[in-house]
Design a protein around this ligand. Sequence first.
Ligand code: 0O2
Length: 240
Amino acid sequence: MQDLDIRELKLRQLDIQGLKEKSRQMELGIEMEERVRTFSNIMMMYDCAIREVRTKLEVLDSEFSVRYNRNPISSIRSRIKKPASIYNKMKKYGLEINEENVLTGLNDIAGVRVICSFIDDIYMVGSLLATQDDVKVLKVKDYIKNPKPNGYRSYHMIVEVPVFFSRGKTPMHVEVQIRTIAMDFWASLEHQLRYKKNMENVEGHEEISERLLSCAETIAETDRQMQEIKRMIGEFKDLS
Ligand code: 0O2
């Protein structure tokens, strides 16, 4: 009789432990669901910020197309940083992974890449965007005037734009990279070939770096020549 009681007691204990475990898992599930919902919400906000900036750039391009019969912007691409890259960058900067830091700690979760025809279009588009009164420029990195040692050229801006949601206005950060078709050609291939890879372990990495740098310089020279040709054609037009 006593034996049965003890067995019964043990079974009940197991039952309680099982229930506790189930409820802990449910709590974890709810917490996880909550985190996923928060993350999706933040990504939606960045997506909207990208659309705001894209629209501004598209408006400028349309205006130029009608007013001056030419398009300074050849194409626009945009992307939201992948969760794994967000995680790695936050770890790199020693940031705790939370909602606040995902919204304010990184500037490049939302990225817009603007491909221009000529070098002077880059500065014109950058300045026309910067002077809009709802755009705040937080940071500029001019890798055209100061190319990176590997030859990378591009004009980077971190801008803050207001996005209007149902609960009010939120200032959102967007990284805008502006470059010519030629700079983009180099950067895209270099990104595929080596950017972020551990090149030091690749045999002949010094020669690879030198060749990539040499390609970047050839491209920069071509961009300068195209700019000069455009200037000459512009002058000829003025004379006619
Ligand atoms: P991905 O995969 O394109 O998103 P910061 O925190 O601003 O001081 P950060 O973020 O390195 O430092 O800023 P920087 O130098 O402005 O570079 C931002 C982005 O420019 C990179 O994003 C690349 O997209 C591009 N970039 C910079 N340097 C190079 C380069 O040498 N080659 C190529 N191909 N692209 C470059 P991510 O997040 O690093 O990469």
